[in-house]
Design a protein around this ligand. Structure first.
Ligand code: FRU
Length: 484
């Protein structure tokens, strides 16, 4: 049996062994086993396709396959057969991350082949490959892979870390940006171009970070938004700067001027894409509605993942897809509109004053909360979700420090800690949109000015929601819907 069929068969035979306790209601997960990065995000022949790094045989990272899911609306996903398995010389130790593009009605995948060069996997090399499909479901690898080989890596670029092609078209050329480093501790992005997706030429080192911005850049993404260039990279071991970049790895963006012909991107300031705990290796796509959509792996390397143990048999999930909007020299991230179609059981409050803690008389596991606070005289105010006898996840604004804080110290069995980010009140008001699923929280602050994403693993009984303040404040509006 070939490797794809073997993996597919294994999933079907073992699916029943999933423990459903933390299986998410409205976020994409793998069908069984492990997933990480989103790959090949595209709208093709009217449907959204999202592939992902996948090891179907266990809830741990292993030789990477590409899982595949298809959706009409980016919320409800249907599993398609696995798209790629590591079954060729040029990808024998993993079909690593990559992206998708449509050409002549076909769906092309450009992905990294990982090849171990030593016995223990510590030494490796990476090349770029092509696969294509006529129906968007069954893929064939190109018979002349790799399409970008080791010999096409320029000097001043790592020979090991050479991965995660993001493909796009501009003018007559197809381009890929590739994650790399300069071998001296700085992440960088390489740019290649092609007329046919098969023969590629190196253009330039498009952009390079400094020693504070991670020793290697993974999963680069490059696009234009309202006339400006945007570069997003996943930076390994980026150094913390005050409240920012406190996770083992960080996703950063730069807005700047792009000269694609020369292959030069003048980096502006660097900002975090998300200020929470669990957001990595995002990928964007432009859909037919003209939206620049982004989705990320809602986990973090080097952090514990509770569903790897206790017979859960799965690990890894995607964030809610978000729309990126440029506001001057910043990006805002908004939940996609489609999620509103899944709102059920509306609960609301209008113009109430709080001073202390007030429980909402509604409980839920999977829901959306939209709250507008008028800070009044309060020094601190916020909301607690997935609250039980001993558990709670705190989302709180501190007036004195102008900080929004996501605290998961008492969230349940997962990793703990808090993340903080600076944000100003507007007319003394704070607006939150919060999405809670069985083991995740995503907060959109002030219409997407900042987002904070984190996984939490509360007990089944922790279903309460409360609002609180130190000093009097008011809630002008609070709306809650179950999402189902
Ligand atoms: C990022 C990453 C990519 C790589 C993939 C392997 O999370 O390390 O650079 O292609 O995961 O699964």
């Amino acid at each position: 049996m070939n490797k794809l069929d073997e993996a597919e068969k294994y999933i079907k035979a073992n699916k029943e062994r999933l423990n459903k306790q933390y299986r998410l209601e409205y976020h994409l997960m793998g069908e069984y086993g492990w997933i990480n990065d989103p790959n090949g995000f595209i709208q093709y022949k009217g449907k959204y396709h999202l592939f992902y790094q996948h090891y179907p045989f266990d809830a741990v990272w292993g030789p990477m396959h590409w899982g595949h899911a298809i959706s009409e609306d980016l919320i409800k996903w249907h599993y398609a057969p696995l798209a790629l398995a590591p079954d060729e010389e040029y990808d024998k130790d993993g079909c690593f991350s990559g992206s998708a593009i449509e050409k002549d009605d076909k769906l092309y995948l450009v992905y990294t082949g990982n090849i171990h060069t030593g016995a223990d996997g510590g030494e490796y090399k990476q090349v770029q490959n092509l696969a294509y499909s006529e129906d968007g479901v069954h893929f064939k690898k190109y018979d002349k892979n790799p399409v970008i080989g080791q010999e096409q890596i320029p000097e001043r670029a790592s020979k090991r870390d050479f991965r995660d092609p993001k493909v796009f078209k501009k003018g007559q050329y197809y381009y890929v940006v590739l994650g790399s480093n300069d071998g001296m501790g700085n992440g960088q992005v390489l740019l290649y171009r092609s007329l046919d997706l098969k023969q590629w030429e190196f253009v330039n080192i498009l952009a390079k970070g400094d020693e504070t911005m991670g020793y290697n850049w993974e999963c680069p993404d490059l696009f234009e938004l309202d006339g400006k260039g945007v570069l997003i990279v996943s930076a390994q071991h980026m150094k913390a700067r005050g409240n920012d970049f406190n996770n083992p790895n960080s996703v950063i963006y730069f807005i700047g001027d792009l000269d694609i012909e020369k292959g030069v991107f003048q980096l502006g300031d660097c900002h975090a894409v998300d200020y929470g705990f669990d957001f990595y290796a995002p990928q964007t796509t432009l859909d037919k509605l003209g939206r620049r959509l982004i989705v990320a792996w809602m986990d973090m390397w080097e952090m514990p993942m509770p569903t790897q143990e206790r017979g859960h048999n799965w690990a890894g999930a995607m964030t809610l897809p978000r729309e990126i909007v440029r506001v001057g020299d910043r990006l805002y991230f908004k939940p996609i509109e489609e999620i509103k179609n899944y709102r059920k059981n509306h609960y609301h409050l209008r113009n109430i004053k709080i001073n202390g803690e007030k429980y909402l008389d509604t409980i839920s596991e999977c829901y959306e909360l939209e709250i507008e606070f008028d800070a009044g005289e309060a020094r601190e105010f916020g909301v607690k979700v997935r609250k039980g006898k001993e558990e709670e996840t705190i989302l709180c604004y501190s007036r004195d420090e102008s900080l929004f804080i996501f605290n998961r110290d008492k969230s349940g069995i997962g990793p703990k800690g808090e993340r903080k980010t600076n944000i100003a009140l507007k007319n003394n008001k704070l607006k939150l949109r919060i999405f809670v699923d069985r083991c995740s929280v995503e907060v959109f602050i002030n219409d997407g000015e900042k987002t904070m994403t984190g996984r939490i693993y509360p007990g089944k009984e922790s279903l309460n929601i409360s609002v609180f303040s130190k000093g009097e404040c008011s809630i002008t509006r609070l709306d809650k819907w179950d999402i189902a």
